[in-house]
Ligand binder design. Structure first.
Ligand code: DLL
Length: 446
């Protein structure tokens, strides 16, 4: 179902005209109300009135995460605090969090984009919806909550964690839609299995998964284990939260950007040059309708590409590829650029493995070492007699030895890099407790 066909399926020419009008308003708004932007415009010698076409956006300076830090907590807000109805904050891994504010109009726009996401996963008014994104400062819980209510769903605001209770609620209230991080969807799938529950008996129809990187292989795994369709949703606190873009369940190939509210660009992270559709680079967003926290050309640090080809679902927007890495957490190991998603893809093509893994990077002397710690599947674990010894000399069992060799070879093929493979017994790798999962431990930085 398309929640807002007028906006989501608008002919591109009309969309461009709407975007231009909204961009001009936003530029005026930030110039008049936010000293940071006025200074940035002045420094670049541009005035809001210079924006006559969408291309003119390129004359404006970028906004970065550091600008949020320097204007912490609310220096980028464009309204007085008495118009801010809600605050959210990013899970900020370093230093101070990023604070986002929302006016009444912002909250209603956000509910609209989250309703679009849920509808594009197949939710229909009257369906029940289990929202297992964290409630609180994190945008996932409350963002989807409002979207679900707007769409006319029965919302179960269970938040993240307490997996057995999640499953009990799924069994008893029969939600059709589940939202959570992809790693938590796997935790739920696994717990269902240990509780000896048939996934098909749960009656889930679709899951809207995001907030952290995942792969096509992981999608297949989640879909098979939970008997549902999974779509990828993208968003970030600085821009709004979830609901910047979402895949459609019909095609499941790229997330439709809600371009009437968020104008996307992909740039070369080194030169800042705007790249054409199909080319991978850093995603940049400009908000077109936000009041409290408008952002101009915000550099997300997320690497992806845009797809301008028409989609079978009828939406006319650009589609975003999956996030393949970040400008700032791409691992460079012995000079080789490594994206965790490449490793995940390689691991998940090996049937003896489970989708639970962790990457540990060390530098004992001068050379970087990448250890890939991955769990074997419960089936394989049973086959080898229920014991894996991690010590190299003990992994003498032929099947174990052969598997490690095969994984090492696959990884070498995918990454052009030698890795140390450690097999873990089921349950040995960290799990999501309801939120984002940290898969990479880079000890070099410590
Ligand atoms: O994670 C908002 C969100 C909530 C998105 C629920 C989707 C679902 P932040 O905590 O500010 O906001 O983190 C934003 O998470 O810049 C990406 O690096 C990453 N991210 C978000 N969605 C995806 C995704 C929320 N689908 C940061 N795939 C972003 C990969 C994602 N990475």
């Amino acid at each position: 179902m398309i929640w807002n066909p007028e906006m989501e399926s608008m002919p591109r020419e009309r969309l461009g005209a709407l975007q231009l009008k909204r961009l001009q308003q936003t530029a005026r708004r930030v110039y008049e109300r936010v000293p940071f932007y006025r200074q940035a415009f002045d420094k670049h010698g541009v005035k809001p009135a210079d924006i006559r076409t969408l291309e003119d956006l390129r004359r404006l300076p970028f906004t970065r995460k550091a600008d949020f830090r320097e204007t912490y907590p609310t220096g980028l807000f464009a309204v007085p605090m008495n118009q801010v109805l809600r605050i959210h904050a990013s899970s900020g891994t370093t230093g101070k969090p990023i604070i986002a504010g929302y006016t009444r109009a912002d909250l209603s726009m956000w509910a609209e984009t989250c309703a679009r996401c849920l509808a594009s996963a197949g939710a229909q008014p009257g369906d029940t919806f289990q929202n297992a994104y964290g409630y609180g400062l994190f945008t996932g819980g409350l963002g989807f909550h409002s979207g679900g209510e707007l769409l006319g769903l029965t919302v179960i605001p269970v938040s993240g964690g307490n997996t057995e209770r999640q499953i009990l609620l799924i069994q008893d209230l029969k939600p059709k839609i589940l939202t959570c991080t992809p790693s938590y969807a796997l935790t739920i799938a696994e717990t269902i299995r240990t509780m000896a529950i048939e996934a098909a008996s749960l009656g889930l129809k679709a899951a809207v998964l995001g907030a952290e990187p995942w792969t096509e292989e992981m999608r297949k795994e989640i879909e098979a284990k939970l008997c549902l369709k999974a779509v990828n949703i993208y968003g970030l606190t600085e821009v709004i939260g979830p609901g910047v873009s979402c895949e459609c369940v019909e095609v499941q190939n790229g997330a439709h950007v809600y371009e009437d509210h968020f104008y996307p660009e992909v740039i070369d992270p080194n030169t800042g040059e705007v790249l054409p559709p199909g080319t991978r680079g850093e995603l940049v967003f400009t908000s077109l309708t936000k009041e409290a926290l408008p952002v101009l050309r915000y550099r997300t640090g997320d690497l992806a590409s845009l797809d301008a080809s028409p989609c079978g679902c009828g939406r006319t927007s650009l589609r975003m590829s999956r996030i393949v890495g970040r400008t700032d957490d791409m691992l460079i190991i012995r000079g080789v650029n490594v994206f965790p998603s490449q490793i995940e893809t390689a691991l998940m093509r090996i049937p003896e493995l489970s989708p639970h893994y962790q990457l540990v990077v060390t530098r004992e002397k001068t050379l970087d070492e990448l250890e890939v710690r991955v769990e074997v599947s419960p089936e394989f674990f049973r086959q080898i007699g229920g014991e894996i010894l991690v010590d190299e000399t003990h992994q003498a069992d032929h099947a174990v030895h052969e598997l490690r060799r095969r994984i090492g070879e696959r990884l070498r093929g995918a990454l052009n890099l030698n890795t140390t493979v450690t097999l873990l017994s089921p349950g040995g790798a960290p799990r999501s407790e309801g939120g984002k999962l940290k898969r990479v431990v880079d000890k070099r930085k410590l």
